[in-house]
Design a protein around this ligand. Structure first.
Ligand code: FAD
Length: 351
Protein backbone atom coordinates (compact mmCIF):
# COMPACT_ATOMS: atom_id res chain seq x y z
CA UNK A 1 0.00 0.00 0.00
CA UNK A 2 1.65 3.23 -1.06
CA UNK A 3 0.56 6.84 -1.02
CA UNK A 4 -1.98 7.21 -3.83
CA UNK A 5 -3.86 10.12 -5.34
CA UNK A 6 -6.87 9.15 -3.33
CA UNK A 7 -7.55 10.98 -0.07
CA UNK A 8 -6.25 8.74 2.70
CA UNK A 9 -8.38 8.84 5.85
CA UNK A 10 -7.11 6.82 8.78
CA UNK A 11 -9.05 5.92 11.90
CA UNK A 12 -7.72 4.42 15.12
CA UNK A 13 -9.19 1.20 16.52
CA UNK A 14 -9.19 1.19 20.32
CA UNK A 15 -8.94 -2.20 21.99
CA UNK A 16 -9.71 -3.18 25.56
CA UNK A 17 -9.30 -6.74 26.84
CA UNK A 18 -9.25 -8.16 23.33
CA UNK A 19 -12.38 -6.28 22.17
CA UNK A 20 -12.68 -3.19 20.02
CA UNK A 21 -14.38 -0.21 21.63
CA UNK A 22 -17.49 0.80 19.66
CA UNK A 23 -16.04 4.30 19.10
CA UNK A 24 -13.63 2.61 16.67
CA UNK A 25 -16.50 1.73 14.33
CA UNK A 26 -18.15 5.12 14.83
CA UNK A 27 -14.94 6.74 13.53
CA UNK A 28 -15.15 4.76 10.29
CA UNK A 29 -18.78 5.89 9.95
CA UNK A 30 -17.71 9.47 10.71
CA UNK A 31 -15.05 9.35 7.98
CA UNK A 32 -17.51 8.20 5.32
CA UNK A 33 -20.13 10.66 6.54
CA UNK A 34 -17.61 13.54 6.31
CA UNK A 35 -16.94 12.73 2.66
CA UNK A 36 -20.66 12.39 1.92
CA UNK A 37 -21.38 15.79 3.50
CA UNK A 38 -18.53 17.33 1.48
CA UNK A 39 -19.96 15.96 -1.75
CA UNK A 40 -23.50 17.08 -0.81
CA UNK A 41 -22.32 20.62 -0.18
CA UNK A 42 -20.53 20.65 -3.54
CA UNK A 43 -17.16 20.78 -1.83
CA UNK A 44 -15.33 17.62 -2.63
CA UNK A 45 -16.24 14.85 -5.03
CA UNK A 46 -13.11 12.89 -4.39
CA UNK A 47 -11.93 9.33 -4.31
CA UNK A 48 -10.82 8.18 -0.91
CA UNK A 49 -9.84 5.19 1.19
CA UNK A 50 -10.62 4.61 4.83
CA UNK A 51 -7.86 2.75 6.65
CA UNK A 52 -8.39 1.46 10.18
CA UNK A 53 -5.26 1.19 12.32
CA UNK A 54 -5.22 -1.88 14.55
CA UNK A 55 -2.38 -2.20 17.04
CA UNK A 56 -2.31 -4.97 19.64
CA UNK A 57 -1.52 -8.62 20.21
CA UNK A 58 -3.66 -11.42 18.71
CA UNK A 59 -5.85 -8.86 16.97
CA UNK A 60 -6.33 -10.44 13.52
CA UNK A 61 -10.05 -10.91 14.19
CA UNK A 62 -10.44 -7.25 15.09
CA UNK A 63 -8.75 -6.33 11.80
CA UNK A 64 -11.40 -8.37 9.95
CA UNK A 65 -14.12 -6.75 12.04
CA UNK A 66 -12.86 -3.30 10.97
CA UNK A 67 -13.46 -4.25 7.34
CA UNK A 68 -16.98 -5.43 8.12
CA UNK A 69 -17.62 -1.99 9.66
CA UNK A 70 -16.52 -0.15 6.52
CA UNK A 71 -12.70 0.05 6.38
CA UNK A 72 -11.14 -0.37 2.92
CA UNK A 73 -7.77 -1.20 4.41
CA UNK A 74 -6.48 -2.19 7.82
CA UNK A 75 -2.98 -1.23 8.89
CA UNK A 76 -2.13 -3.96 11.35
CA UNK A 77 0.60 -4.29 13.96
CA UNK A 78 0.13 -7.60 15.77
CA UNK A 79 3.05 -7.73 18.17
CA UNK A 80 3.76 -9.04 21.68
CA UNK A 81 5.06 -5.58 22.60
CA UNK A 82 1.62 -4.12 21.96
CA UNK A 83 -0.54 -6.40 24.12
CA UNK A 84 -1.35 -3.58 26.53
CA UNK A 85 -1.75 0.07 25.60
CA UNK A 86 1.34 2.06 26.49
CA UNK A 87 1.60 5.46 24.89
CA UNK A 88 5.30 5.21 24.11
CA UNK A 89 4.93 1.84 22.38
CA UNK A 90 1.81 2.64 20.35
CA UNK A 91 3.12 6.03 19.35
CA UNK A 92 6.31 4.39 18.14
CA UNK A 93 4.41 2.03 15.82
CA UNK A 94 2.05 4.77 14.66
CA UNK A 95 4.84 7.20 13.92
CA UNK A 96 6.58 4.72 11.63
CA UNK A 97 3.31 4.05 9.82
CA UNK A 98 2.65 7.75 9.38
CA UNK A 99 6.18 8.43 8.13
CA UNK A 100 5.86 5.71 5.53
CA UNK A 101 2.28 6.23 4.36
CA UNK A 102 1.55 9.87 5.15
CA UNK A 103 -2.22 9.79 5.55
CA UNK A 104 -4.11 13.02 4.93
CA UNK A 105 -6.49 12.70 7.87
CA UNK A 106 -6.28 10.75 11.13
CA UNK A 107 -9.28 10.33 13.45
CA UNK A 108 -9.07 9.04 17.02
CA UNK A 109 -11.73 8.47 19.72
CA UNK A 110 -11.93 11.14 22.41
CA UNK A 111 -11.62 8.49 25.12
CA UNK A 112 -9.02 8.47 27.90
CA UNK A 113 -6.70 6.35 25.77
CA UNK A 114 -7.49 8.18 22.55
CA UNK A 115 -6.87 11.61 24.05
CA UNK A 116 -3.54 10.41 25.42
CA UNK A 117 -2.48 8.98 22.07
CA UNK A 118 -3.80 11.83 19.91
CA UNK A 119 -2.06 14.59 21.84
CA UNK A 120 1.26 12.71 21.86
CA UNK A 121 1.05 11.94 18.13
CA UNK A 122 0.09 15.50 17.24
CA UNK A 123 3.08 16.81 19.17
CA UNK A 124 5.46 14.29 17.60
CA UNK A 125 4.17 14.99 14.08
CA UNK A 126 3.79 18.76 14.62
CA UNK A 127 0.25 18.27 13.34
CA UNK A 128 -2.85 20.23 14.22
CA UNK A 129 -5.39 18.44 16.40
CA UNK A 130 -9.04 19.41 16.75
CA UNK A 131 -10.44 17.81 19.90
CA UNK A 132 -14.01 16.65 20.59
CA UNK A 133 -15.50 17.29 17.15
CA UNK A 134 -19.25 17.14 16.79
CA UNK A 135 -19.37 17.55 13.01
CA UNK A 136 -16.88 16.88 10.21
CA UNK A 137 -17.02 17.71 6.50
CA UNK A 138 -14.35 17.06 3.90
CA UNK A 139 -14.23 20.46 2.24
CA UNK A 140 -12.76 21.95 -0.94
CA UNK A 141 -9.17 21.22 -2.03
CA UNK A 142 -6.34 23.51 -1.08
CA UNK A 143 -2.99 23.80 -2.88
CA UNK A 144 -1.43 20.34 -3.28
CA UNK A 145 -3.92 18.66 -0.89
CA UNK A 146 -6.99 17.08 -2.43
CA UNK A 147 -9.37 18.15 0.30
CA UNK A 148 -9.47 19.65 3.77
CA UNK A 149 -11.07 18.35 6.92
CA UNK A 150 -13.42 20.97 8.32
CA UNK A 151 -13.89 19.91 11.93
CA UNK A 152 -16.53 21.63 14.06
CA UNK A 153 -16.48 21.68 17.86
CA UNK A 154 -18.00 23.78 20.64
CA UNK A 155 -15.83 26.74 21.67
CA UNK A 156 -16.10 29.54 24.25
CA UNK A 157 -17.99 27.38 26.76
CA UNK A 158 -20.18 26.03 24.00
CA UNK A 159 -21.51 29.47 23.04
CA UNK A 160 -19.99 29.18 19.61
CA UNK A 161 -19.54 26.28 17.21
CA UNK A 162 -16.07 26.75 15.70
CA UNK A 163 -15.04 25.09 12.44
CA UNK A 164 -11.33 24.44 12.49
CA UNK A 165 -9.16 23.74 9.44
CA UNK A 166 -5.50 22.72 9.45
CA UNK A 167 -4.28 24.13 6.16
CA UNK A 168 -0.67 23.04 6.21
CA UNK A 169 0.22 20.50 8.90
CA UNK A 170 -0.36 16.84 8.05
CA UNK A 171 -2.05 14.64 8.91
CA UNK A 172 -5.13 16.65 9.82
CA UNK A 173 -6.02 15.13 13.18
CA UNK A 174 -9.26 15.15 15.13
CA UNK A 175 -10.75 13.36 18.11
CA UNK A 176 -14.41 12.45 18.33
CA UNK A 177 -16.33 11.60 21.48
CA UNK A 178 -18.05 8.21 21.68
CA UNK A 179 -21.70 8.19 20.52
CA UNK A 180 -21.43 11.42 18.52
CA UNK A 181 -21.30 9.58 15.17
CA UNK A 182 -23.07 6.43 14.09
CA UNK A 183 -21.27 3.26 13.02
CA UNK A 184 -22.17 1.67 9.70
CA UNK A 185 -24.18 -1.53 9.73
CA UNK A 186 -21.81 -4.49 10.20
CA UNK A 187 -21.46 -6.39 6.92
CA UNK A 188 -19.40 -9.60 7.00
CA UNK A 189 -19.39 -9.78 3.19
CA UNK A 190 -17.53 -6.46 2.77
CA UNK A 191 -14.13 -6.78 1.12
CA UNK A 192 -11.01 -4.98 2.27
CA UNK A 193 -7.30 -5.54 2.59
CA UNK A 194 -5.29 -6.16 5.74
CA UNK A 195 -1.76 -4.80 5.50
CA UNK A 196 0.62 -6.25 8.10
CA UNK A 197 2.91 -3.38 8.99
CA UNK A 198 6.38 -4.27 10.13
CA UNK A 199 7.78 -1.91 12.74
CA UNK A 200 11.41 -1.53 11.80
CA UNK A 201 13.01 0.30 14.71
CA UNK A 202 13.06 -1.73 17.93
CA UNK A 203 10.34 -0.94 20.45
CA UNK A 204 11.57 0.97 23.48
CA UNK A 205 9.56 1.06 26.68
CA UNK A 206 11.54 2.62 29.45
CA UNK A 207 8.95 5.13 30.66
CA UNK A 208 6.13 2.89 31.87
CA UNK A 209 6.22 -0.41 33.72
CA UNK A 210 2.90 -2.19 34.28
CA UNK A 211 2.99 -3.73 37.75
CA UNK A 212 -0.61 -4.99 37.87
CA UNK A 213 -3.83 -4.57 35.96
CA UNK A 214 -7.32 -4.43 37.37
CA UNK A 215 -10.30 -4.30 35.05
CA UNK A 216 -13.56 -2.65 35.99
CA UNK A 217 -16.69 -4.56 35.13
CA UNK A 218 -17.86 -3.28 31.77
CA UNK A 219 -20.30 -0.49 32.44
CA UNK A 220 -23.08 -0.94 29.91
CA UNK A 221 -25.82 0.33 32.19
CA UNK A 222 -25.08 4.04 31.72
CA UNK A 223 -27.14 6.59 29.79
CA UNK A 224 -24.68 6.44 26.88
CA UNK A 225 -25.94 2.90 26.10
CA UNK A 226 -29.69 3.61 26.50
CA UNK A 227 -32.15 3.37 23.59
CA UNK A 228 -34.67 5.57 25.35
CA UNK A 229 -33.78 8.53 27.57
CA UNK A 230 -36.18 10.64 29.59
CA UNK A 231 -34.31 13.80 30.56
CA UNK A 232 -35.27 16.47 33.04
CA UNK A 233 -34.19 20.07 33.34
CA UNK A 234 -34.68 22.87 35.87
CA UNK A 235 -38.38 22.83 34.96
CA UNK A 236 -38.88 19.64 37.00
CA UNK A 237 -38.59 21.84 40.10
CA UNK A 238 -36.71 19.43 42.38
CA UNK A 239 -35.97 15.80 43.25
CA UNK A 240 -39.69 14.91 43.29
CA UNK A 241 -39.94 15.88 39.64
CA UNK A 242 -37.19 13.39 38.88
CA UNK A 243 -39.22 10.61 40.51
CA UNK A 244 -42.00 11.31 38.00
CA UNK A 245 -39.58 11.25 35.06
CA UNK A 246 -37.96 8.06 36.35
CA UNK A 247 -41.40 6.44 36.29
CA UNK A 248 -41.80 7.37 32.61
CA UNK A 249 -38.28 6.10 31.89
CA UNK A 250 -39.05 2.82 33.64
CA UNK A 251 -42.32 2.13 31.83
CA UNK A 252 -40.54 2.82 28.54
CA UNK A 253 -37.55 0.63 29.44
CA UNK A 254 -35.30 3.68 29.31
CA UNK A 255 -32.91 5.67 31.48
CA UNK A 256 -33.19 8.94 33.35
CA UNK A 257 -30.86 11.83 32.44
CA UNK A 258 -30.62 15.48 33.45
CA UNK A 259 -29.24 18.88 32.49
CA UNK A 260 -26.40 20.53 34.33
CA UNK A 261 -28.89 22.80 36.10
CA UNK A 262 -30.21 19.72 37.95
CA UNK A 263 -26.71 18.57 38.87
CA UNK A 264 -25.75 22.04 40.09
CA UNK A 265 -28.91 22.10 42.22
CA UNK A 266 -27.90 18.75 43.73
CA UNK A 267 -31.01 16.99 42.43
CA UNK A 268 -29.03 14.38 40.50
CA UNK A 269 -25.53 13.04 40.02
CA UNK A 270 -23.11 14.16 37.32
CA UNK A 271 -23.09 10.51 36.09
CA UNK A 272 -26.39 11.17 34.30
CA UNK A 273 -25.70 14.70 33.04
CA UNK A 274 -25.95 15.17 29.28
CA UNK A 275 -24.03 17.87 27.46
CA UNK A 276 -20.75 19.63 26.94
CA UNK A 277 -19.46 18.86 30.42
CA UNK A 278 -21.50 15.69 30.73
CA UNK A 279 -22.09 12.73 28.44
CA UNK A 280 -22.91 12.51 24.76
CA UNK A 281 -25.86 10.27 23.94
CA UNK A 282 -27.63 9.19 20.76
CA UNK A 283 -30.64 7.10 21.77
CA UNK A 284 -33.48 6.12 19.48
CA UNK A 285 -35.74 8.40 21.55
CA UNK A 286 -34.88 11.38 23.79
CA UNK A 287 -37.73 12.93 25.76
CA UNK A 288 -36.67 16.35 27.09
CA UNK A 289 -38.89 17.62 29.91
CA UNK A 290 -38.54 21.12 31.35
CA UNK A 291 -35.30 21.69 29.41
CA UNK A 292 -34.75 25.02 27.67
CA UNK A 293 -32.29 23.62 25.10
CA UNK A 294 -29.12 25.60 25.81
CA UNK A 295 -26.37 24.86 23.28
CA UNK A 296 -24.22 23.22 25.98
CA UNK A 297 -27.02 20.70 26.53
CA UNK A 298 -27.86 20.25 22.85
CA UNK A 299 -24.33 19.21 21.84
CA UNK A 300 -24.76 16.16 24.05
CA UNK A 301 -28.11 14.97 22.67
CA UNK A 302 -28.84 16.56 19.29
CA UNK A 303 -27.90 13.36 17.41
CA UNK A 304 -30.70 11.43 19.10
CA UNK A 305 -32.80 9.75 16.42
CA UNK A 306 -36.12 11.19 17.66
CA UNK A 307 -36.54 14.04 20.10
CA UNK A 308 -39.76 14.83 21.96
CA UNK A 309 -39.70 18.08 23.95
CA UNK A 310 -42.15 19.08 26.68
CA UNK A 311 -41.90 22.72 27.73
CA UNK A 312 -44.44 25.30 28.82
CA UNK A 313 -42.62 28.04 26.88
CA UNK A 314 -43.50 27.78 23.18
CA UNK A 315 -40.36 29.76 22.33
CA UNK A 316 -37.93 27.46 24.16
CA UNK A 317 -34.93 26.69 21.87
CA UNK A 318 -35.31 22.94 22.46
CA UNK A 319 -38.30 23.00 20.09
CA UNK A 320 -36.03 23.98 17.19
CA UNK A 321 -34.41 20.52 17.25
CA UNK A 322 -37.44 18.51 18.41
CA UNK A 323 -39.28 16.12 16.10
CA UNK A 324 -42.35 16.45 18.31
CA UNK A 325 -42.95 19.47 20.54
CA UNK A 326 -45.53 19.53 23.32
CA UNK A 327 -46.20 22.99 24.75
CA UNK A 328 -47.52 22.36 28.23
CA UNK A 329 -46.91 21.80 31.90
CA UNK A 330 -44.78 18.68 32.30
CA UNK A 331 -46.61 17.77 35.51
CA UNK A 332 -49.76 17.31 33.40
CA UNK A 333 -48.14 15.94 30.24
CA UNK A 334 -45.80 13.34 31.78
CA UNK A 335 -48.46 11.53 33.93
CA UNK A 336 -50.60 11.32 30.79
CA UNK A 337 -47.66 9.82 28.86
CA UNK A 338 -47.12 7.26 31.62
CA UNK A 339 -50.81 6.33 31.59
CA UNK A 340 -50.83 5.99 27.78
CA UNK A 341 -47.72 3.80 27.69
CA UNK A 342 -49.07 1.60 30.49
CA UNK A 343 -52.39 1.29 28.67
CA UNK A 344 -50.65 0.31 25.43
CA UNK A 345 -48.54 -2.23 27.26
CA UNK A 346 -51.52 -3.84 28.93
CA UNK A 347 -53.07 -4.25 25.50
CA UNK A 348 -55.86 -1.74 26.00
CA UNK A 349 -54.41 0.56 23.33
CA UNK A 350 -53.87 4.29 23.53
CA UNK A 351 -56.79 6.61 23.88
P1 FAD B 1 -33.29 26.29 32.13
O1 FAD B 1 -32.50 26.88 31.04
O2 FAD B 1 -33.56 27.12 33.32
O3 FAD B 1 -34.67 25.80 31.47
C1 FAD B 1 -35.73 25.31 32.20
C2 FAD B 1 -36.89 25.15 31.23
O4 FAD B 1 -37.95 24.52 31.88
C3 FAD B 1 -37.43 26.47 30.68
O5 FAD B 1 -37.38 26.43 29.27
C4 FAD B 1 -38.87 26.52 31.19
O6 FAD B 1 -39.76 27.09 30.25
C5 FAD B 1 -39.18 25.04 31.40
N1 FAD B 1 -40.20 24.80 32.43
C6 FAD B 1 -40.28 25.31 33.68
N2 FAD B 1 -41.32 24.77 34.35
C7 FAD B 1 -41.91 23.90 33.49
C8 FAD B 1 -43.03 23.02 33.59
N3 FAD B 1 -43.75 22.90 34.71
N4 FAD B 1 -43.37 22.29 32.51
C9 FAD B 1 -42.67 22.38 31.36
N5 FAD B 1 -41.58 23.18 31.20
C10 FAD B 1 -41.21 23.91 32.25
N6 FAD B 1 -25.86 22.29 30.55
C11 FAD B 1 -26.14 20.98 30.35
O7 FAD B 1 -27.31 20.57 30.36
N7 FAD B 1 -25.13 20.08 30.16
C12 FAD B 1 -23.82 20.43 30.13
O8 FAD B 1 -22.97 19.57 29.97
C13 FAD B 1 -23.51 21.83 30.32
N8 FAD B 1 -22.23 22.25 30.27
C14 FAD B 1 -21.96 23.58 30.39
C15 FAD B 1 -20.65 24.02 30.26
C16 FAD B 1 -20.38 25.37 30.37
C17 FAD B 1 -18.95 25.80 30.23
C18 FAD B 1 -21.41 26.29 30.59
C19 FAD B 1 -21.11 27.76 30.69
C20 FAD B 1 -22.71 25.87 30.74
C21 FAD B 1 -23.01 24.52 30.65
N9 FAD B 1 -24.31 24.05 30.79
C22 FAD B 1 -24.58 22.72 30.56
C23 FAD B 1 -25.42 24.91 31.26
C24 FAD B 1 -26.30 25.44 30.15
O9 FAD B 1 -25.76 26.63 29.64
C25 FAD B 1 -27.70 25.74 30.68
O10 FAD B 1 -27.62 26.65 31.76
C26 FAD B 1 -28.47 24.50 31.16
O11 FAD B 1 -28.43 23.49 30.18
C27 FAD B 1 -29.90 24.88 31.44
O12 FAD B 1 -30.56 23.79 31.98
P2 FAD B 1 -32.12 23.65 31.92
O13 FAD B 1 -32.58 23.61 30.51
O14 FAD B 1 -32.45 22.53 32.81
O15 FAD B 1 -32.63 24.97 32.67
Amino acid sequence: MSKSDKLQIWTMVEIHQGKADSVSWELIGAARNAVALGVESGGCGIEYDVTAVVIGEHVQEIAKEAISYGADYVMLVDDANCGTYINEVYQHALFEMMEEHQPDIFLIGATTQGRDLASGMAAQLSAGLTADCTQMVIGPPKEDMPCLLMATRPAFSGNLMATIVCETARPQMATVRPHVFVALERDETRKGKIVEFEVKRPFVNDQVKILAQEFLAQATGGIEFADVIVAGGRGIGGKDGLVLLKELADVMGGKLAVTRACVDANWASHEIQVGLTGKTVNPALYIACGISGAVQHRVGMQNSQKIIAVNQDADAPIFSIADVGIVGNLFEVVPEMIAQVKAMKSGMGAK
